[in-house]
Design a protein around this ligand. Structure first.
Ligand code: PEP
Ligand code: MN
Length: 362
């Protein structure tokens, strides 16, 4: 791990110092947008009945992709959040995108701030937020950027850290893609996993609502997050989802949330059983052995690639032979499927290998 990240990781304040939770998953819930006092308070009252829900969320300033859609109620909603705080045991959080939002949230005792995906993507905006938070002791949750770039996510966390923020957490809400698929945003789990590897002390929260884009998919994504060891969830909840002014398809009622949380199974067990420990250690050793074979084979493959590359150069043959590449890929996918491997997976693996092989020959 690079020294700078090591230091950041070491100095993060443990989440137990700023968020009290006694069960997993602990949950941040509430509507995508605050719409009216009645909607905010009634949703919060229902949510407060759940032992998992610790924080109430509601967007006041909504970063909408297109104009002429509901862009949030703005600062009048702060009073509604204050009522939630006074009437329930829930902490309150909202999205901030500039210094003015921060000033208003601090004046109104908002407990936790979050930075949205469309803000994390922009270092100027993140820096403005970090500057406005200098000397302020408040937890900040950083959503991943809309584009699949770990660097921007890390960069936002580092900017806040440099401003003195030590109560930090990351929210995984998936990444935009132009390809139509079952999810609204691609999870690319490898990105939050890499973030966790680099900053193991940074709590990771999953936002299945924005990954899913549809309420039916919230439960399987939440379970997947728990299976990865993620302990916190942010789930959009509305007293009347179908009438919601933003993200209506992905919101669920507080009651549906409670039922869903009941069905989720957290993997909390520590690895203490001796026999199980030995069995897992053996399996890990076997996996490591296979991995080192794969590495050696890849190194050998690259050696042949270099040889073929210099031959092509000597004889002025173009590096990329598209017919050969197509035939090879087709053949590998077919063979892979015969032995029970997923064709899409093998395609992705060989696309990477081939791209590297081409690079080596240039
Ligand atoms: C939201 O949480 O309502 C929101 C706008 O999220 P994101 O920044 O993840 O799109
Ligand atoms: Mn939303």
């Amino acid at each position: 791990m690079p020294e700078k990240l090591k230091e950041l990781n070491k100095n993060l304040l443990d989440i137990s110092t700023w968020l009290r939770f006694d069960r997993i998953p602990w949950v941040i819930a509430g509507p995508c947008s605050a719409e009216s006092e009645q909607q905010v308070i009634s949703t919060a009252r229902e949510l407060a009945k759940s032992a998992n829900v610790k924080v109430f969320r509601a967007g006041l300033w909504k970063p909408r992709t297109r104009p002429d859609t509901f862009e949030g109620v703005g600062k009048i909603g702060l009073a509604w959040l204050k009522t939630v705080k006074a009437e329930t045991s829930l902490l309150i959080t909202t999205e901030v995108a500039n210094a003015k939002h921060i000033e208003l949230c601090l004046e109104n005792n908002v407990d936790i701030l979050w930075i949205g995906a469309r803000t994390t993507v922009n270092p100027f905006m993140v820096q403005e937020i970090a500057d406005a938070l200098k000397g302020v002791d408040i937890p900040v949750l950083v959503k991943n950027p809309i584009s699949a770039e770990l660097g921007l996510w890390l960069g936002a966390i580092e900017r806040l850290y440099h401003a003195g923020i030590r109560k930090l957490a990351a929210i995984h809400r998936g990444f935009s893609t132009y390809i139509e698929m079952e999810y609204r945003n691609r999870p690319y789990w490898e990105i939050p996993i890499e973030l966790k590897r680099l900053l193991p002390n940074l709590p990771l929260i999953c936002d299945p609502s924005h990954i899913a884009g549809h309420r039916d998919l919230i439960e399987p994504i939440s379970q997947m997050a728990l299976d990865f060891g993620i302990k916190g969830l942010m789930i959009e909840t509305h007293i009347n989802p179908d009438q919601a002014l933003s993200d209506s398809k992905q919101q669920i009622t507080p009651q549906v949330l409670v039922e869903l949380l009941d069905r989720l199974r957290a993997r909390e067990a520590a690895l203490t059983d001796k026999q199980l420990k030995t069995r897992i250690a053996h399996l890990r050793a076997a996996i490591t052995q296979v991995d080192s074979r794969i590495l050696q084979d890849l190194a050998e493959r690259m050696k042949w690639v270099e040889e073929i590359g210099s031959l092509k150069q000597q004889h002025h043959i173009p590096v990329l032979q598209i017919n050969r590449w197509e035939a090879l890929l087709e053949d590998h996918i077919a063979k892979a499927q015969q032995i029970g491997l997923d064709g899409e997976f093998i395609k992705a693996v060989f696309e990477l290998i081939h791209a590297q092989a081409v690079k080596k020959q240039l």
